[in-house]
Design a protein around this ligand. Structure first.
Ligand SMILES: Nc1ncnc2c1ncn2[C@@H]1O[C@H](COP(=O)(O)OP(=O)(O)OP(=O)(O)O)[C@@H](O)[C@H]1O
Length: 524
């Protein structure tokens, strides 16, 4: 059939309408330039991605766009009119909603109270749960959040809390929606849901600004992309069809890094050089059951081994880390750490040489008002470190500085930790646990929010840690990022509904095989 007879005539493309624009924006902190001559334009109905290394200035730029931070120079235009939001509430009232990296969910309040922070909606003059339900439910459904509105938000897991924030922003019916690393806590199926939501949101003519370290996501979700490097725009609003992964990385890191380790590498070449011999058994789980979370799980992890744990949300991979780290107690079965001891609490497990590195740095991580060095050495301060505690401050600072350098934490160890960019804070959490010289490392999404260069460096550090010393260390890593598991692990255990259903290693360990194994039986 001739093409001209099929379907309605093509709709002429609308001239793209700019909703929000920033031009020549400058910002300094303590005299140090963080943004210089930076700018971005957001058009109605587009997803515009903003990428850059940790500390490149992305969050600062979006905080300026959304009234959280005032710029020192430059202009912000909403519908071509200059605006100067004094607060994020003002920005929100003008239609600019920000979902920031720092999750702002109030744990003690209910889901409904979090969704309507300025008061529950009213019906006939009275606050009404029914009205709240009626307004919130379609948006919750759209995000795949099956929650009761009276659930305490603090009881939600990280992924749900992140989606809840997005839901809250959508409920303000924004014209501009800014998402600062919205998928960093999300398991794959939630990312797919978010992709669908973005598509619908675009369809309503909302402009979306999307910050992410996941470059494949950027290429998949967005129409245009802006890259920041050291506070300057190196690629400004390029159409996504005109860029590829290599071009993005070059814009982010500079010419000398034009060929990075791709995150979507198919499967790793078998490790070159002599195969490493795993060391002594360090962790044994024997038929461990945690009601509702783990069902007779048995595994061993040896020193010099990096063992991955994969699964869909709630599959049990995190519960394995928690029972091993003393944060959850098995109802039956046993857990043994080096020396044959059973972990009874997080503190006691730490004393036994277990380091539990959480992904949720806000909840478990850092003293944001203290300097970086204090955070890195804080576990030693608590006297949990086996090496003794009466360490001289100078020695602690030096030790922290070494560790910060090896992880390329921005800006020295005397900075207030709260001033670091999000990715750099995550590196500090990691450094803090490295400082305890653990024999077992439990890592939960270790490179969440960390840029690609730092991610490769952290992977190298993790590998080196497993192999280091005469005995080596056992590393157990749960990750929502399949390419991370493939790149990092010797073998990966796949969990479904609290049980180990598969083990992948060698040539079988590919992202595709992991995905198939995690989802097997859930199809349809
Ligand atoms: N309140 C503050 N005080 C001092 N310096 C700050 C403050 N906030 C941010 N900075 C600095 O500004 C720079 C840019 O930080 P920003 O958070 O904008 O980076 P980012 O690109 O969002 O990084 P990430 O990907 O790690 O989140 C960093 O060097 C950071 O340490």
């Amino acid at each position: 059939m001739p093409a001209e007879h099929v379907g309605p005539p093509p709709v002429p493309p609308h001239p793209p309408r700019t909703v929000l624009a920033a031009t020549a924006v400058g910002k300094r902190y303590d005299g140090i330039p963080v943004l210089a001559e930076a700018g971005i334009t957001l058009r109605a109905g587009e997803v515009h991605a903003l990428v850059g290394e940790n500390g490149a200035g992305k969050s600062t730029l979006v905080k300026i766009l959304s009234g959280v931070v005032r710029p020192d120079a430059g202009r912000v235009l909403l519908d071509s009119r200059e605006v100067a939001f004094a607060t994020s509430r003002q920005a929100s009232a003008a239609g600019v909603a920000l979902v920031s990296q720092e999750l702002a969910i109030f744990g003690d309040l209910s889901v409904a109270e979090n969704l309507f922070p300025h008061g529950l909606p009213r019906r006939a003059g009275l606050t009404s749960n029914a009205e709240a339900e009626q307004r919130a439910r379609p948006v919750l459904d759209e995000l795949g959040l099956r929650l009761r509105l009276d659930t305490r938000a603090g009881d939600l897991d990280l992924a749900d809390r992140q989606l809840l924030e997005i839901c809250r922003a959508l409920l303000t019916e924004p014209r501009v929606l800014i998402l600062d690393e919205p998928t960093s806590a999300l398991p794959k199926e939630a990312v797919d849901r978010l992709a669908a939501v973005l598509l619908r949101t675009r369809g309503r003519g909302i402009a979306i600004l999307y910050i992410s370290h996941y470059l494949e996501e950027v290429l998949r979700f967005s129409q245009r992309v802006t890259v920041l490097r050291d506070g300057r725009v190196t690629l400004g609003g390029a159409e996504i069809a005109t860029v590829d992964l290599a071009a993005l990385v070059t814009a982010m890191l500079g010419e000398e890094h034009a060929a990075p380790e791709p995150r979507a590498a198919p499967s790793p070449a078998p490790a070159s050089g002599p195969a490493r011999e795993p060391g002594a058994v360090a962790v044994v789980l024997d038929s461990v059951t945690v009601p509702g979370r783990l069902d007779r799980v048995s595994l061993t992890a040896r020193r010099r081994e990096v063992v991955g744990l994969a699964g869909l949300q709630g599959a049990g991979h995190l519960a394995v880390l928690e029972v091993t780290g003393g944060r959850a107690r098995p109802a039956s079965g046993s857990v043994r750490l080096p020396g044959g001891v059973a972990p009874r609490s997080l503190r006691q497990a730490t004393g036994q040489g277990v380091a539990f590195v959480p992904s949720d740095r806000k909840r478990y991580g850092l003293m944001l008002d203290r300097p970086v060095w204090e955070n890195i050495t804080s576990v030693s301060w608590l006297g949990l470190h086996r090496g003794g505690l009466l360490l001289h401050r100078r020695a602690l600072v030096d030790r922290a500085a070494r560790s910060a350098r090896s992880l390329r934490v921005d800006g020295g160890v005397h900075r207030r930790t709260g001033e670091l960019s999000g990715g750099n804070q995550q590196k500090v959490v990691f450094a803090k646990w490295l400082d305890t010289d653990p024999s077992v490392m439990l890592l939960d999404d270790p490179t969440r929010g960390v840029d690609i260069r730092a991610r490769a460096e952290m992977h190298a550090v993790i590998r080196a840690l497993a192999d280091e010393g005469r005995e080596g260390r056992a590393v157990l890593v749960a990750s929502t990022d399949l390419s991370e598991l493939v790149e990092l692990c010797d073998r990966v255990l796949v969990l479904q509904r609290g049980r180990i259903v598969d083990e992948l290693s060698g040539e079988r360990l590919t992202q595709q095989a992991l995905s198939v194994s995690m989802n097997a039986g859930f199809a349809g």
